[in-house]
Design a protein around this ligand. Structure first.
Ligand code: DX5
Ligand code: ZN
Length: 228
């Protein structure tokens, strides 16, 4: 099963509630919530208060991508704010296994995120504790960057590791530069969950509440060409 996760980083923040409702009405599955701290990454975005404010709008999963350092301190706040999945970067945690345990203790699913130059060896010893693996196909910090093709090799390698592990239900997510014209190739490399910010929120005219229908339908029809 393929899931599309619009990143609200590229939404119009003056109308955030509407932007979320519209994208879900157009068939999005998950809300991707990018948290940046101007320390681990050179940008500053949104925190638990915003997550709490959008939680009542939908039953869809809120997928919190923490680009913050340190990680542990903020995990309980996001759990209380209604996050379903909390993912973090291994470089931002002193104790990866402990952080995964903390996320799960708080009742959330745990994800580990790999930057373009982060080795997959971080999966050793902990893969079966994860619910999601997120491969970054851009360097984290900004929306609207170009897809780094090496991410396809990484996806293939992680897909093999998931399939040969005892835990085949781990989600394999891709984040950065995902568009209608590359989503099928990314799915063929093994991703099942697709974050897209600028490709979705950049579509159509601001005044049209159905502006996301076309781009989401186009992504779905590309994905339909690929065997899930
Ligand atoms: C980058 C963020 C992404 C970003 C994706 O650090 O993690 O989620 O918003 O945006 P696009 O799809 O525009 O590359
Ligand atoms: Zn993200």
């Amino acid at each position: 099963m393929f899931r599309i996760a619009p990143s609200i980083l590229s939404a119009n923040f003056a109308k955030l509630g509407e932007e979320i409702t519209n994208v879900l009405d157009s068939g999005a599955d998950i809300i991707h919530f990018d948290v940046m701290d101007n320390h681990y990454v050179p940008n500053l975005t949104i925190g638990p208060l915003v997550c709490e404010a959008i939680r009542p709008l939908t039953k869809a999963m809120i997928d919190v991508h923490l680009m913050v350092e340190p990680v542990d301190r903020i995990v309980p706040d996001f759990a209380k704010a209604g996050a379903n999945i909390i993912s973090f970067h291994p470089e931002a945690s002193n104790h990866i296994d402990r952080t995964i345990g903390l996320i799960k203790e708080q009742g959330c699913k745990a994800g580990l995120v790999f930057n373009p130059a982060t080795p997959l060896s971080y999966l050793d010893h902990i893969l079966d504790k994860l619910d999601l693996i997120l491969i970054m196909s851009v360097n984290p910090g900004f929306g609207g960057q170009k897809f780094i093709p090496e991410a396809l090799n990484k996806l293939q390698a992680v897909r093999k590791r998931i399939d040969t592990s005892g835990k085949k239900d781990i989600l394999l997510e891709i984040d950065g530069g995902v568009k209608v014209d590359n989503i099928a190739e990314i799915a063929r490399a093994g991703a099942d969950t697709f974050v897209a910010g600028s490709a979705i929120y950049g579509a159509g005219k601001d005044s049209d509440p159905h502006r996301y229908d076309t781009v989401l339908a186009a992504m779905r029809s590309e994905l339909a060409k690929v065997k899930a």
